[in-house]
Every structure is written in structure tokens, then in C-alpha cells.
Ligand binder design. Structure first.
Ligand SMILES: [Zn+2]
Ligand SMILES: [Zn+2]
Length: 184
């Protein structure tokens, strides 16, 4: 028996299912242009970062408006809390967060929670890091489970990174899953 209509419907559903399962997508056209602007704003904010390892910036956008901003620096801006030069191996395994500074995304989420708490749901978070020359560096694969968890829990819809291949939007739950699956 051959049912071409049935097979066609089935494969379309399979394709839809796969697309739903892998929510990540590279942006194009006006979406890409808009994202490039927000990446530029995140890069501008990154200039205020004081971490000795990397300068990072993040903005959260909802409905065309920036609702949260952040850059990385020691917690509460306290110099005595700076751990940028501590080797990660020096911490006990029970210390779950071995990064040195507050992350730009954590700061942006807290900023949004303080100032625009009702706008977080359905928003997009952009992250960028400055290269040595001050330009916007391209990001690797998602790996920061601190920020992936916080973003998902705060109701953020999408996490946006600028990869070599282009600007990529991940569904927040997918971003969290991928971060936990990260392998170097
Ligand atoms: Zn640092
Ligand atoms: Zn992070």
C-alpha cells in the first residue's frame, strides 16, 4: 500500500517537530539588523566592565525597548571581592561558581527585575564580549549555566549570541539544555 498524502503529512509533522525541538535559528534581514544594533549597545555597555579577564556586556530587550543592562565586575563593585586572578583549580569542588565576577547577563536580569519586572516575560537577552582591540568578539557555544538558568527562570524568551556564522537566537529552555550539554 502506498499513501503519498499520508507520508507527506507525516514528514511535514516530523519536520515541524524537529524545528520545535531545535529552536535555535540564525537571524536574517530586518531581525538581523535589529540584533546587530542591540549587540552594539551591549558592546558599549561592556566598556564599563572592570573584570580583568574579559569585558562583557548584556542588554535585555522587550518590544523594541531595552529593559535591562549589565556589565561584568566584582560583586557590589567591591575591590576586596575581586577574584579575577584566582586560579579556578584553587576552589573546592563544592564551590559551584568558579567565575570571577558578576556576569553581564546576571546584572542585566537584576537590572530588569528592579526597574522593569513586568517586561521580562517574553524578552530577549543579548550578550557580547569585547575582543582585545575593543571590537565585538564572536561567541562560542552556550556554556554558562548560571546565566542560562537565571534567564529561563526570569521568563526571558530568547538568548542571543553572535557566532562566527551569524547572530543566533536560542529559545531560553534550549539554551539552558545546551549549556548543560556543553563539551569543549
Ligand atoms: Zn573578573
Ligand atoms: Zn554567565
Amino acid at each position: 500500500m502506498n499513501h503519498p498524502h499520508f507520508v507527506g503529512a507525516l514528514s511535514r509533522n516530523v519536520i515541524k517537530h524537529i524545528l520545535r525541538k531545535s529552536g535555535m535559528r540564525y537571524l536574517s534581514d530586518s531581525e538581523e539588523a535589529e540584533a546587530t544594533t542591540y549587540m552594539g549597545q551591549a558592546a558599549n555597555i561592556a566598556k564599563s566592565a572592570s573584570c580583568d579577564r574579559h569585558k562583557c556586556g548584556s542588554v535585555i530587550v522587550n518590544n523594541g525597548k531595552i529593559i535591562g543592562r549589565g556589565f561584568n565586575s566584582p560583586p557590589a563593585g567591591l575591590e576586596e571581592q575581586r577574584r579575577c586572578s584566582y586560579p579556578k583549580e584553587s576552589y573546592n569542588k563544592k564551590v559551584t561558581d568558579k567565575t570571577c565576577c558578576m556576569h553581564a547577563e546576571q546584572r542585566a536580569i537584576m537590572d530588569a527585575l528592579r526597574n522593569n519586572p513586568d517586561k521580562l516575560r517574553g524578552s530577549s537577552i543579548y550578550f557580547t564580549r569585547l575582543g582585545k582591540d575593543g571590537s565585538t568578539a564572536r561567541s562560542g557555544k552556550p556554556y554558562c549555566t548560571i546565566c542560562s538558568k537565571m534567564s529561563l527562570d526570569a521568563g526571558i524568551k530568547e538568548f542571543i549570541l553572535w557566532h562566527e556564522e551569524g547572530i543566533c537566537a536560542y529559545a531560553a529552555d534550549e539554551y539552558n539544555t545546551l549549556s548543560y550539554q556543553y563539551k569543549e
